[in-house]
Design a protein around this ligand. Structure first.
Ligand code: 3HC
Ligand code: NAI
Length: 700
């Protein structure tokens, strides 16, 4: 983001039209409220408030939006006055009436500026909200005090603790916006100011409105947060701040300030803001300058778990999809899954019934003939994970697809170079690795093979954006970024289990760390049979020097594949999941067979081993150039593996420990198992040089 002013060179400019003063902010790309913008606003108000001949002032934004909020890059740095609370208080104190004209987005501090004005008018395209909580903070420029004054405590609490963004109509209904208007932002601002001047638009100082107490809403919100977000700091502070809005404004603002500072100082704030920038940083790839190809029609081969999810995602993004399967029964199963997914989108209010009907009628086609893919722009193959099957399909596809069509595989592990080698167009072959469920999970690993052309990579990234996904560039290796790292650290959970910790203790320790589910609960959810099949396939090539834990194999041998069969590591019945006693028996038997005396592990020790293993393999992924930067690994885990967002991702978390501490841990664990615990050369180098992983983000 550039912080230079807009095309006219001024971040805040004034235009006089008769008795009206128009104050425009222009800070591309999103009009973030940087120090220069804040300073410019205060100076403009000092000049205009009470000035001869100025009867009303209108604030509006040039470009795409009003104001997208505070400049997030300033958090964690020394404060640069004037602060946003000062700007808002100055607006509210104006003797001359001030109206805010909103368009595009008015988020966080942008909405707070508007709430401090004496009236608010919005164009219909406006989105407003308080995303602060998603960044580990709270609205700190009067939002927690002024929103309840306009919308009541219950509505303010909901918006502020969830960060939910709402459209202009809903904002009018809630009382946050006074009315809607039409036209270009400048013209609508002029009209709004004129209406304010004549009294056609009522003028109020928000801070003077009293707030009705609502103890029930505060209690209900606190209880909901305690149940669903107990790890998070900021949501609870948001509630405290909103609760203070029943006090006179000055006192409420002082409480808000103190709570805001607590959030600012919290490590969660740093992690969540890192996650915000990580989502955007991963788009900065060497191929970013290449022109993506137009994708309007996607062919999907295989309508199983992944193919049907990928097809759903493409349909929801407005693309045409042709689905291919190997027989009529599988094809109709695939189509039924897509219909079910779309029905789910209708139920969640993400898709209208008419739109769903139109998609099913016009955008989705099914076929048993691969020949029907002769006109598609992109094919995504999602058949069984078997190199021979994939090679056969790519050979046929290469002959059928039109020149220029991109051929992608959704393989989880297999070598994209080898798949590309059977085609006459390796430059147009790429891995597009979606995560299950593909229409929900936001991660897309774009796997770049040796010969993949830059514009094909750029097309993968453009497609991800269209699908609302976060694309991360990965190189070719077994499992790419995410699954390769997962393949390594999940062994630690097995070792801990055999050496003394129970699956439940391991799950609970990692859930307490912040993962939505522990590793054994995830296995039960995903189905144990998938991993079992892979282990059997890889058995002949297994390194005999590596520890192997057979407990999961024993579970599978009993036909227990997790939730879908009613039992796995846990028993899943009407009483909810509970430990499977048979698993405890398998563990004891394996310990006895291998002469292992169980020992106690603290929860901290469990987390330490699990996270250290994850970071160690992630470091090797960096060394091998499979991920471009540490931030790419963070994004993979945040958007594809349920990594706790407030911890910023594995590499961000690694820096909170520091390379020297990680090195110490690996060396200590290596005394027990030197084969598994090896120090990555890059980690040793960082520790020796006193550097952190973040320095590699800047270097790249
Ligand atoms: N501060 C600094 N940079 C910001 C920013 C902000 N508030 N919002 C966006 N940017 C940057 C992005 O990092 C990106 O930079 P890059 O090009 O170098 O990667 C650039 O602006 C464009 O952003 P997007 O790629 O996200 O553009 P979109 O058009 O997809 O989305 C948006 C625009 C809806 C404004 C989205 O960027 C967004 O949601 N931004 C965050 C808004 C937010 O959280 N505001 C609250 C801030 S906290 C606050 O106000 C505290 C207050 O209460 C005191
Ligand atoms: P699945 O078994 O649910 O679906 C595969 C489908 O492919 C089946 O419906 C099958 O009938 C069809 N198929 C097989 N051969 C075919 C052919 N020659 N022509 C047309 N259709 C054919 O498998 P799933 O889980 O959807 O996996 C598919 C691919 O996606 C695999 O490569 C897998 O590694 C990968 N993947 C799987 C993930 C998961 O969580 N299940 C996640 C990410 C990738």
């Amino acid at each position: 983001m550039t912080s230079s002013a807009g095309p006219e060179g001024r971040i805040v400019s004034i235009e006089r039209v008769g008795p009206i003063a128009l104050v425009a902010v222009d800070n591309p790309p999103v009009n973030a409220a940087s120090q220069a913008l804040r300073q410019g606003l205060v100076e403009a108000l000092e000049q205009l408030d009470g000035a001869e001949g100025v009867e009303a002032i209108a604030l509006y934004g040039k470009g795409r939006s009003f104001i997208a909020g505070a400049d997030i890059r300033e958090f964690g740095k020394p404060p640069m006055p004037p602060g946003l609370p000062d700007v808002c208080n100055r607006i509210e104190a104006c003797e001359t009436p001030v109206v805010a004209l909103l368009h595009g987005v008015a988020l966080g501090g942008g909405l707070e500026v508007a709430l401090a004005a004496h009236a608010r008018v919005a164009l219909p395209d406006t989105t407003v909200g308080f995303p602060e909580v998603t960044l580990g903070i709270l609205p700190g420029a009067g939002g927690t005090q002024r929103a309840p004054r306009l919308a009541g405590i219950a509505a303010a609490l909901e918006l502020i603790t969830t960060g939910r963004r709402i459209d202009a109509e809903e904002a009018v209904r809630l009382g946050l916006i006074d009315r809607l208007a039409a036209g270009a932002p400048r013209d609508a601002a002029l009209q709004a100011a004129e209406d304010l001047r004549t009294g056609a638009l009522p003028r109020r100082r928000t801070g003077e409105i009293a707030v009705a107490p609502d103890a029930a809403a505060i209690q209900a919100t606190t209880a909901k947060l305690a149940k669903r977000q107990k790890h998070l700091f900021a949501p609870f502070k948001c509630v405290e701040a909103v609760a203070a809005s029943v006090q006179p404004l000055a006192e409420g603002l002082a409480t808000e300030r103190a709570l805001f500072q607590q959030c600012l100082d919290s490590p969660q704030r740093a992690g969540l803001i890192h996650a915000f920038f990580a989502e955007r940083a991963v788009a900065k790839i060497p191929e970013a300058g290449a022109t993506p190809r137009q994708i309007g029609h996607v062919g999907v081969i295989g309508g199983g778990t992944m193919g049907s999810g990928i097809a759903t995602a493409a349909l929801l993004a407005g693309l045409k999809v042709t689905l291919n399967e190997r027989d009529a029964e599988a094809l109709s199963r695939g189509k039924a899954t897509i219909e079910k997914n779309l029905a789910g989108a209708v139920k969640r209010g993400k898709l209208s019934e008419e739109k769903r009907d139109a998609i099913l009628k016009d955008a989705l086609q099914t076929t048993l003939k691969l020949e029907d893919f002769s006109k598609v722009d992109l094919v995504i193959e999602a058949v069984f994970e078997d190199m021979d099957v994939k090679k056969e399909i790519f050979t046929r596809l290469d002959a059928i697809a039109r020149p220029g069509a991109i051929l992608a595989s959704n393989t989880s592990y297999l070598d994209i170079d080898e798949i590309a080698s059977v085609t006459s167009r390796p430059a147009e072959v790429i891995g597009l690795h979606f995560f299950s469920p593909a229409h929900v999970m936001r991660l897309l690993e774009v796997v770049v093979a040796g010969k993949t052309a830059p514009e094909v990579v750029a097309t993968g990234f453009a497609l991800a954006r269209k699908l609302g996904k976060v694309a991360v560039r990965a190189g070719v290796c077994d499992g790419f970024i995410g699954n390769r790292i997962l393949g390594h650290y999940k062994k630690v959970a097995d070792y801990l289990m055999l050496d003394g910790a129970s699956p439940q203790q391991i799950d609970a320790a990692l859930e307490e760390f912040g993962f939505a589910m522990g590793p054994f609960a995830v296995l039960d959810l995903a189905g144990l049979d998938i991993g079992w099949a892979t282990r059997k396939r890889l058995a002949p090539t297994r390194d005999p020097a590596e520890r192997y834990v057979a407990v999961a194999d024993r579970v599978c041998e009993n036909g227990w594949f997790g939730r879908k069969t009613g039992q796995g590591f846990y028993i899943h019945d009407a009483d909810g999941p509970r430990p499977n006693p048979e698993v405890a028996r398998f563990i004891e038997e394996e310990r006895a067979e291998k002469g292992i005396t169980p020992r106690a592990f603290s929860d901290d020790e469990i987390v330490s081993r699990y996270m250290t293993a994850m970071i160690a393999e992630a470091t090797r992924v960096l060394e091998d150039g499979i991920a471009l930067r540490p931030v790419d690994i963070d994004a993979v885990f945040l958007f594809g593996y349920g990594f706790p967002r407030f911890r910023g991702g594995p590499m961000f978390y690694a820096d909170t420990l520091g390379p020297a501490e990680l090195l110490r841990r690996i060396e200590a664990y290596a005394k027990e198992d030197p084969h598994y615990w090896r120090v990555p050369a890059l980690l040793r180098r960082l520790a020796d040089e006193g550097r952190d992983f973040a320095s590699l983000n800047k270097e790249a």
